[in-house]
Write a protein that binds this ligand. Structure first.
Ligand code: GLN
Length: 508
């Protein structure tokens, strides 16, 4: 199965078989990944920190345990890229903000503990928009990441580094967080699979908070089976997160390979147009073709309208900044990371200088928006009103799920855009998440899988949305679709030609 592909280009489930059969060692797999990182990282810049020493020790440990005959979990020895938003014990964690530069957490996030227990190998911490605020990874304090399919384009965001690392075969699996689309939109732009689980399915303990009522952790992978395997690692109850759902974790791989007979799939009108404006024609055509494919696979397909979805962006840009302004109040130069001292020793002056120097423009914009919306006298008009409209959005989903098992549409209205194209226009950037944000409003699981390519060879993503705790139905639908296509097999091949930035080539 690996005749024409390097070890770093295989999926996690393919590697799992080879590792289990002792045909390759975890150290060999890691070496292949590191070699690719050395070749392409100068151009892609998926990582803000490579943790090679940690990875080598982990891979060696896995190989030794396997040699002793220990029964290891399926993903033991598989190289993983971690968004720089999870607290990792003794490994610097910055959320790609200057204000956290130098912060070394004394503990692991719940999801990191789970990855360690499962023997995943930590290649490094990946680039992201500062505090996960953005859709292109251009808001990082530590430089941009380039899309492996076209180095002049963004990888999406905010989990752009993780998506680019998987698409560029600089890691085998990746992890992101999704507050309004930050797993699904970069997965779509980079031609990989991304899943945002149901709110509460994966613990947020030790994950740096952006908007606490919306944030979720999830996997970014090369195919749907890898996604299911990663969900087996990540999901589960955690008493340290008060919003964690106390429900048994299924074996998500059991959902794979089932047919779609009788499954009711609804194409969401509002995922195909926003306030009367259609999404890109190429994206719309690919989604239309995907729906036809679902019908051929035995699903019953129809259209559905969720009228309140048009309010998602305005509602999100009240709720998310309001919660962020509260969560980010803790960065004051006293407890964490960066401090800009005041010459006269004035503490208020120290706070404000620290925050002025430590935060980037987009983060400051959100803190101001959020502080305003939560001010005395404005709470009712903004946050409360937005919360009420959020309920209407959720009720639209409830109604749609009386008729359908899965809702589908575009993940993003466009393919990956050019670096710099939207940096001067925050509102245009915000629209990039018009199809993903409603799903976070409802706390529902949402997934993006590759469903085609534009004429320029850029990946197009199909979004699938499920009922609360309906991850298995999503994985089942996504897997059936994926197995009837070859989009997930194409590889981005970033070229380092030494003559500036050149486009990636797709291989069928
Ligand atoms: N792009 C959206 C924002 O800027 C969503 C980000 C996210 O999901 N973390 O807030």
């Amino acid at each position: 199965m690996s005749a024409d592909r390097g070890l770093n280009e295989l999926t996690a489930h393919e590697l799992s078989e080879l590792l289990g059969a002792r045909e390759v060692s975890a150290q060999e797999v890691l070496a292949a990944v590191c070699q690719r990182v050395d070749e392409v990282e100068d151009e892609i810049h998926a990582y803000v920190l490579q943790t090679r020493d940690v990875a080598e020790a982990q891979a060696k440990d896995i190989d030794e345990r396997r040699a002793r005959g220990e029964d290891l979990p399926p993903l033991a020895g598989v190289p993983l890229a971690l968004k720089d938003i999870y607290c990792t014990k003794s490994i610097e964690t910055t959320c790609c903000s200057k204000i956290l530069k130098g912060f070394v957490p004394p503990y692991d996030a719940d999801v990191i503990e789970r990855c360690r227990r499962n023997g995943l190998v930590f290649v490094g911490k990946t680039n992201m928009d500062e505090f996960a605020m953005g859709s292109s990874t251009e808001n990082s304090a530590f430089g941009v990441t380039r899309n492996p399919w076209d180095l002049d384009r963004v990888p999406g965001g905010s989990s752009g580094g993780s998506a680019a690392s998987v698409a560029g075969s600089e890691a085998v699996v990746g992890m992101g967080t999704d507050t309004g689309g930050s797993i699904r939109q970069p997965a779509s732009f980079c031609g990989v699979v991304g899943l945002k689980p149901t709110y509460g399915r994966v613990s947020r303990y030790g994950v740096i908070a952006f908007a606490s009522s919306l944030d979720q952790v999830g996997p970014i992978t090369k195919d749907v089976r890898d996604c299911a395997l990663m969900m087996n690692v990540l999901a589960g109850h955690d008493p340290r997160d008060s919003t964690s759902i106390d429900a048994p974790r299924p074996d998500y791989t059991k959902a794979l390979g089932l047919d779609l007979k009788g499954l009711r799939i609804g194409l969401v009108k509002e995922f195909m147009e926003y306030q009367g404006r259609g999404i890109d024609a190429e994206v719309a055509a690919a989604i239309g073709a995907a729906l036809e494919r679902f019908c051929e696979l035995g699903a019953e397909c129809d259209e559905v309208s969720l009228p309140h979805l048009d309010y998602s962006i305005p509602v999100y840009y009240i709720i998310a900044p309001a919660e962020a302004s509260s969560n980010l109040a803790r960065y004051d130069g006293v407890q964490y990371g960066h401090r800009t001292p005041d010459d006269d020793g004035d503490i208020i002056e120290m706070y404000s200088r620290t925050r002025d120097e430590g935060f980037g423009a987009e983060v400051k914009r959100r803190i101001m928006l959020g502080t305003y919306a939560l001010s005395a006298g404005y709470y009712d008009a903004y946050y409360l009103k937005a919360s009420q409209v959020r309920t209407l959005i959720r009720q639209d989903f409830d109604r749609a799920f009386e008729r359908f098992d899965v809702l589908v549409g575009a993940t993003s209205p466009t393919v990956a855009f050019r670096l710099g194209e939207k940096t001067d226009d925050p509102l245009a950037m915000y629209l990039s998440d018009v199809c993903t944000i409603p799903v976070n409003m409802g706390g529902l699981p949402g997934m993006s899988i590759p469903c085609g390519f534009s004429a320029d060879g850029l990946p197009i993503g199909l979004q699938l949305v499920g009922k609360a705790l309906g991850e298995e139905t999503l994985l089942r639908s996504a897997h059936a679709f994926e197995q009837s296509t070859d989009y997930h097999r194409r590889q981005a091949r970033p070229i380092s030609a030494g003559d500036g930035r050149r486009s990636a080539v797709a291989r069928g």
